[in-house]
Design a binder for this molecule. Structure first.
Ligand code: DGJ
Length: 359
């Protein structure tokens, strides 16, 4: 009897210590079942998710979150590792799937040599070529934010490895559609070498046409540029929008046939008030709708900056994804994900400490 008791106690202790050991040392965690904007968000290994300025591509019920892999200290604002990718089936629990696009660590002539700047990666799939296509904002190493280029990489598999193809300034030598009444100083300055392309997103419309939306003209003005059928270049059709409004961190999504934009003002890593807009054609006219955020700290987008709006059609859900940057230690930047609702056709983002989507 005593022997049995002792054995039971031993087993219990073993169980408790085993669980503590596994969760502390192996990083195993309980399943997540809600969003907690601004809190540390661990992946299924218990390690904080490292996918900043990210975007999501979904396929067959699985979501793939691509983002900037940040490291510790100021150097972590440059690309030391590359673009990371995580996958999830419920949007709460994310498996680390590794580095989708690695920086080059040996060839100092490579555009994506370690120490360059790779920001805001977005991935789309091209049905014609069967390739996954990644666009990102690229700054060549050692040149600050002056080169303002678009990087393009491709992969046969969604999680990679992605093969870096090229970088360029969009639409060299081509004038945009639209009126020429506004100031065009930077546009004309850059006409021959191509337009600056910094903060960016990609959008694929229902007809399969894809668009690159990027902060251009020294961040004064956004451009929407149509991509070629293989998504590997530009058709030459592009337009300026929000001219002179200094917007960045663009997101673009569609609801009930209308196009919506949510972005930010231009204050470096510091947060500012978000902006929103709506149009019935992607080419505009775009009507500005003001700051969609509501609640405490709404005038600073809850301390964050937009990066993507994810549409989950099965749940009629739109999720505003944003980054709370921490430039002194970039790896510690947090994610703010909040639901987007609509009032009189305007997007509204209300602060919530914690939330779940309705199944
Ligand atoms: C704000 C942008 O949105 C970020 O992606 C990054 O480029 C910082 N500016 C750099 O200051």
């Amino acid at each position: 009897m005593m022997k049995n008791m002792a054995m039971r106690c031993k087993l219990m202790l073993f169980g408790i210590y085993g669980t503590v050991f596994l969760s502390v040392f192996c990083g195993c965690t309980d399943k997540t079942s809600s969003f907690r904007p601004g809190a540390v968000w661990a992946d299924t290994d218990g390690v904080p998710i490292n996918a900043h300025g990210g975007g999501i591509y979904s396929e067959n019920g699985t979501y793939y979150w691509f983002g900037e892999y940040k490291t510790e200290g100021r150097a972590g604002n440059t690309a030391q590792v590359g673009v990371s990718v995580y996958s999830s089936v419920d949007l709460y629990n994310w498996d680390n799937r590794g580095i989708a696009l690695q920086v080059n660590k040996t060839d100092s002539l490579s555009d994506i040599i370690q120490g360059c700047i790779m920001e805001r990666p977005k991935v789309i799939f091209n049905k014609k070529t069967g390739l996954y296509v990644m666009y990102f904002h690229l700054e060549l190493r050692g040149q600050g934010y002056n080169t303002a280029r678009t990087g393009i990489a491709v992969s046969k598999n969604v999680i990679g490895p992605y093969r870096y193809l090229k970088s360029l300034r969009p639409n060299a030598g081509i004038m945009p559609d639209g009126s020429y009444n506004d100031s065009m100083d930077y546009l004309l300055r850059d006409l021959s070498k191509g337009q600056m392309a910094r903060d960016m997103t990609l959008f694929v419309d229902d007809d399969g046409k894809a668009y690159h939306i990027y902060a251009s003209e020294e961040n004064t003005t956004l451009h929407i540029a149509e991509l070629t059928d293989d998504y590997l270049g530009y058709t030459g059709r592009y337009q300026r929008f929000f001219i002179g409004r200094y917007m960045e961190a663009p997101t673009l999504f569609k609801r009930d046939g209308c196009y919506y934009f949510i972005g930010s003002g231009c204050t470096g890593w510091a947060p500012n008030a978000a902006r929103s807009a709506r149009a019935t054609s992607i080419w505009g006219p775009w009507q500005e709708l003001g700051n969609p955020c509501r609640g405490e700290n709404a005038e600073l987008t809850f301390g964050a900056q937009s990066t993507y709006v994810l549409h989950v059609p099965e749940k009629d859900l739109y999720i505003f994804m944003a980054d709370r940057w921490t430039p002194a230690n970039p790896i510690d930047a947090r994610y703010v994900w909040l639901p987007v609702t609509f009032e009189d056709g305007k997007p509204v983002i209300e602060w919530r400490e914690t939330w779940k989507y309705q199944l």
